[in-house]
Design a protein around this ligand. Sequence first.
Ligand code: DSN
Length: 419
Amino acid sequence: MPTRDPSLAERDPEIARLIREEAELEARTLRLIPSENYASRAVLEASGSVLTNKYSEGYVGKRYYEGQAVIDQVEALAIARLKQLFGAEHVNVQPYSGSPANLAAYLAFCQPNDPIMGLGLPFGGHLTHGWNVSITGRYFKSVPYGLSPKDHRIDLDEVRRLAHEHKPKLIWCGTSAYPRTLDFPAFRAIADEVGAKLCADIAHIAGLVVGGAHPSPIGIADVITTTTHKSLRGPRGAVIMCKQEHAKEIDRAVFPGLQGGPHNHTTAAIAVAAKEAMTPEFKAYATNTVANAKALAEGLLGRGFTLVTGGTDNHLILIDLTSRGVTGKVAAKALDRAGICANYNAVPYDTRKPFDPSGLRIGTPAVTSRGMGAAEMSKLAGWIDEVVKAPSDDALSARIAREVEEVCKSFPAPGLLTA
Ligand code: DSN
């Protein structure tokens, strides 16, 4: 029996060092990947707790293992807070992440080979909305819808036409790289016309939804899935919300349909994030995230950049770099050297390959969590412009990386106290 339990640094200095290095990297660089954020110290503490030790297959009060006196309270609290936060009738907090959460919606409502619809991946949809390389495009008859070639917005006429032609069992309304507001009522109308279930995947915008900066699909969609680590600022996990009439199907799909024991440490951290998201500060955060995205978009437009749809309504901007003579990958790698982390991304009707596309996807959830505002967005637009003009100028990247680090010092990120 050990008399003392060594710390991570004592037990495994290599991993301890790598965690420290990641914290330092996150502290001194700017995170513009729109699906990333910083979890608070409280969320990180719950996530790294002893709750990871417990198995608890089943649901509150109906488990397959004993010893649930504490875990049942944790899960009940997480559910209660999320119901209050989103105004949802039923909440399942057990999905391991976004992809299993979306799979649960299929398992609840579809049979293999049933027709389903979602926004195509190259247009800003998600793999799990039926894209061909995903299990969801292989086990179901996927009919992707696209964007209007004119304005690159979701083409609801096409969604309606395809829905009437293919009679999908399930329609996804949700995006990973789309800078505009989603029209949930319009999707509801189409789903009703063809008898489809409507599933809203709000992973990117959940924080905006609870903060009142984007319309909510609650009460409109049959099922709402979301990850918890993006604009919601929680741990890496997911949640499914649904109308009470679908509660049993959804719960059965998650467990025992797809998963074993829930990750109770994550459930606790989700509960903490939900508590944080109920505060007036979080509402301001959601508003500021959108205001920052608009300010950054203006700064980029003013420097001659082409933005997909001409701007943004949400947290995300998709830059089409075609006219700048630089690919998304070259720009993303050069920005990374300058301390600005973004990701390359296809633009609508991209003629380049997905691994080396024409676009750059950026977003403001993380920089807004650091408390940055319009002045920093203007600086960012300037830095992005300089890097895109000279992506192989290493001296320029090094100079900007130093300037970025200086700005970051004034805006410490939540959860990075060790850095
Ligand atoms: N990987 C996420 C994103 O970056 O948008 C989607 O799941």
